[in-house]
Design a protein. Structure first.
Length: 709
């Protein structure tokens, strides 16, 4: 079979998505000849090797959220679907803000790579733990999460994992969908999708607008809008020109966290009255991909980004007295121009992929000091006066990379793979202010280079069992704010992470699938934020860390109308070496915000094609809030109930999240260092979770006759 049969324009009207790399690719993999007839191999992923292949035989740990799952859950927060993947937990910090945990503690650090169709949504050096609020989920045809270091393919920051949102292709038939939903907590949202193809071209438009008004939480209003356009044109049966335009805007209050007493007695309270986050993100890309030669596949993407983030953040307000505080505003702008390209060539059982990335991203940052008036009785911040300019700098970011990935199928059952990527990240920093401890470092240039290898194997142990394993390395360079935040540049190194992994995918019975992985990930010079006081920290390399665990996913259709799904993990994250001062040595201690146990379990009942009811349990175990492991959060268990009913073109649904109205925290942290008395009201902070929230929605879907060919 020649490669030209693997990538073709779809013609049949029953195909609703142009999965350009999917289709008959499965037939080209030797292991398919060994597959059990009951094994379902139609789930396809591209993130594992940058080329389409069946999820069941992916050579590394990867989880898939299908478009069907997104439609069933109807998420208002991306974490509601990502938590369905074993080993993934995404805390909800309110109004689509978040941090992440994938083979790492619940972290704000730059140890994840967020992608859209394989292109990072932000440049290296300007990581934002909230970056997924820039994603328009209604435009996604699926979500792929590669767990563990992926730097050999995707470069820096792909340490805990890479999360890739694949855009949905234009449909081959006319499609129009619209839905509206609202909740008892002041949330309102309208979604619209339209798509069609004619002859060789197709267009898909998807977007939504959302508003959050009065709710359980003081000072928490939000407005969000997002729109994505994808235009495809088939130059030939095997060559596709794809164009993608994504825009999102978020304007939200920032209610912030609470001290221990207020968290326990009035979790909906907020000390804030003027903090905000105002974000606008635009991304555009044009891609030419296809089979330009026999047994080959090529892809080249030219992309641009334009991003603006203006903030008066709650986490940068610090008390200076009973009636005063200080804070600051921040304004960040960056633009990017980049090229990502690769070519894959097949010679019999041997496959080679060579690729490159070139990117320039000018970045401007400014900060202004604020003098804040505080009510000593209520703790509320009342108003502020603008002070001096604190920061004003420009950075020219450069990222250049070369990578190679190889695979060889030794026999129909056994294969090996290897790859490596070389990255060079450069910062050309210009400070418009005199250098000082607050205005930042003097103008300078810095660069970091790293080679990230990987090696692995795959083994089709039987018709129903697939084993994979190997070694991989990831790395993350220091961020701009860490490097240049002080006149004295901290002695920061790139953090490196080495992982050993063994995984198993098994289908012992028809309708039952198991996905298990065990890993050990060791970090060198991992960058941590050393807490000086609540809300104040500085970057430091942690010496050595260890992250190890077991991830288990189970999907079981155990009766015609019943199914169950489990996504769970046991993990331990510890400091092997970390001594930030002469009196502080945390070697052997658990890293804060690192629960041992976490997972979700869903039981679904579908008595007919029109009705579905699902009960979900979400569990987060106990974790330490401080480095010395003396202050803990007890963990929590939440129940979520979802139901939907379809009637002709209409769908009515209702959801009750946190059905038991549990009092819990999305995040809990402490600056206590084990010396002196512990005071939860000055040293601890809690981000409260939402109480029982009921959502009701109605959707209309029209699928018309096939467009002209």
């Amino acid at each position: 079979m020649t490669c030209t049969t693997l990538f073709r324009r779809p013609h049949r009207p029953a195909i609703l998505g142009l999965r350009p790399l999917y289709g008959a690719f499965l037939a080209a993999l030797p292991l398919l000849a060994q597959a059990d007839p009951t094994t379902v191999l139609d789930e396809v992923v591209v993130t594992a090797t940058r080329e389409a292949g069946p999820l069941a035989t992916a050579p590394i740990s990867i989880g898939l959220i299908s478009e069907k799952t997104i439609i069933e859950i109807k998420p208002t927060f991306i974490g509601q679907v990502l938590d369905k993947i074993p080993g993934v937990h995404m805390p909800d910090l309110g109004n689509e803000q978040h941090n992440m945990s994938i083979r790492q503690p619940m972290s704000y650090s730059a140890v994840y790579q967020y992608l859209e169709d394989g292109i990072p949504i932000r440049p290296v050096g300007i990581f934002n733990h909230n970056a997924l609020y820039e994603i328009n989920l209604p435009s996604a045809g699926g979500i792929e999460v590669l767990r563990g270091p992926a730097s050999s393919l995707y470069g820096s920051n792909a340490v805990g994992g890479a999360v890739n949102f694949t855009s949905a292709a234009p449909t081959t038939t006319p499609l129009f969908e619209s839905s509206f939903q609202g909740s008892n907590q002041g949330y309102r949202r309208l979604d619209v999708t339209a798509s069609n193809s004619r002859d060789d071209s197709g267009l898909r438009i998807a977007g939504y607008v959302a508003h959050r008004g009065n709710s359980w939480q003081d000072y928490s209003s939000m407005d969000k809008s997002a729109l994505t356009l994808r235009a495809d044109h088939w130059i030939s049966d095997t060559i596709l020109w794809k164009n993608l335009l994504s825009y999102s805007a978020l304007d939200t209050d920032m209610p912030g966290s609470l001290n221990e007493t207020d968290y326990n007695s009035r979790p909906g309270y907020s000390y804030q009255s003027f903090t905000y986050r105002d974000v606008a993100a635009l991304r555009a890309s044009t891609t030419l991909e296809g089979e330009f030669n026999p047994q080959g596949y090529s892809s080249a993407t030219l992309y641009v980004r334009n991003n603006r983030t203006d903030q008066l953040p709650s986490y940068l307000i610090f008390n200076t007295g009973p009636d005063s505080a200080r804070g600051r505003t921040t304004e960040n702008r960056f633009q990017s121009l980049g090229l990502s390209a690769f070519h894959r060539q097949q010679w019999g059982n041997f496959r080679a992929t060579l690729g490159t990335l070139l990117e320039r991203s000018p970045n401007d940052q400014s900060e202004t000091n604020l003098n804040i008036r505080r009510d000593p009785l209520t703790g509320k911040y009342l108003d502020y006066q603008t002070g001096a300019v604190r920061r004003d700098y420009h950075v020219d970011l450069g990222n250049a990379a070369l990578y190679a990935d190889f695979g060889y199928q030794i026999s129909p059952d056994f294969g090996i793979n290897a790859g490596a990527r070389y990255d060079r990240v450069s910062y050309d920093y210009t400070n418009a202010l005199p250098a000082s401890a607050t205005t930042g470092a003097p103008s300078q240039t810095q660069s970091f280079a790293q080679t990230s290898p990987k090696f692995g194997f795959t083994w089709a142990a039987s018709k129903a069992a697939f084993v994979y394993g190997g070694y991989s390395r990831g790395f993350t360079p220091p961020e701009i704010s860490s490097l240049f935040g002080s006149a004295v540049r901290p002695d920061l190194q790139s953090a490196t992470f080495d992982q050993l992994e063994l995984g198993l995918r098994l289908q012992p019975l028809a309708g039952l699938k198991l996905d298990a992985a065990i890993y050990r990930l060791e970090g060198q010079d991992e960058l941590v934020n050393y807490s000086l006081a609540p809300g104040r920290s500085e970057p430091r390399n942690a010496g050595r860390t260890r992250h190890e665990g077991l991830e288990l996913g189970v999907n079981w259709q155990f009766a015609e109308s019943f199914s169950a799904a489990l996504a769970g993990q046991y993990a331990r994250h510890i400091y092997l070496e970390y001594q930030p001062s002469a009196v502080e040595n945390y070697a052997g201690k658990d890293i804060p915000a690192a629960p041992r146990w976490q997972g979700t379990f869903e039981l679904a009942y579908r008595p007919s094609a029109q009705l579905r009811i699902a009960l979900e349990t979400a569990y987060l175990g106990k974790y330490w809030m401080d480095n010395r492991n003396m202050v803990s959060y007890a963990g929590h268990t939440l129940l979520n109930l979802r139901s939907e009913f379809q009637w002709h073109n209409w769908t009515l649904w209702a959801q009750a999240l946190n059905l038991g109205n549990v009092h819990y925290a999305e995040m809990a942290a402490s600056s206590y260092k084990g010396m002196g008395a512990h005071d939860g009201d000055t040293q601890d902070s809690y981000t409260p979770g939402a109480p029982r929230s009921v959502f009701i929605g109605l959707a209309y879907r029209f699928a018309g006759p096939k467009g002209a060919q």
